[in-house]
Design a protein. Structure first.
Length: 145
């Protein structure tokens, strides 16, 4: 038996093992290649928050709810609900101001805007072109923006 025949025999014996290794490890190799390929591609910019259209719709809905609560709810329930709605309005107003690049008060997560800050922020959002309801309740002296 010469070297050529010995090489053929070794190839015949090793082929099933090599094919099995390829079947087992090929998905991992392909996954690693795909991950590196994806990491090398530049990522498009991602928005920081919800779209401005959704922010405006949420603000309009919350302002209408605020107006309805001031007109209808019992005094004890109204105070708590109004506080919660005003906090939600303030959060959405700050997100809208960030999206539009407007100046806004920086507050901590557990803080809420004062009514004066909320009024000023809503006025600046309306001045920037965000469509809000004409009547925004006690946030303005005459109830209008």
């Amino acid at each position: 038996m010469d070297v050529w025949d010995l090489g053929k025999l070794a190839l015949i014996v090793a082929t099933p093992t090599l094919l099995g290794a390829v079947v087992v490890f090929a998905p991992k190799w392909c996954g690693a290649i795909a991950d590196r390929w994806e990491a090398a591609r530049p990522k498009p910019p991602q928005p920081l928050g919800p779209p401005i259209e959704q922010l405006a719709a949420d603000l309009r809905r919350l302002l209408r709810l605020h107006s309805e609560l001031t007109a209808s709810a019992h005094l004890a329930m109204r105070a708590h609900r109004l506080w919660a709605v005003e906090a939600a309005i303030g959060t959405r107003a700050i997100e809208a101001a960030r999206a539009l690049g407007l100046a806004h008060p920086e507050i901590a997560a557990e803080q809420t805007l004062t009514r004066r800050q909320l009024h000023d922020l809503l006025m600046s959002l309306a001045a920037a072109g965000l469509v809000l309801p004409a009547k925004v309740g006690p946030f303005t002296s005459d109830g209008r923006i």
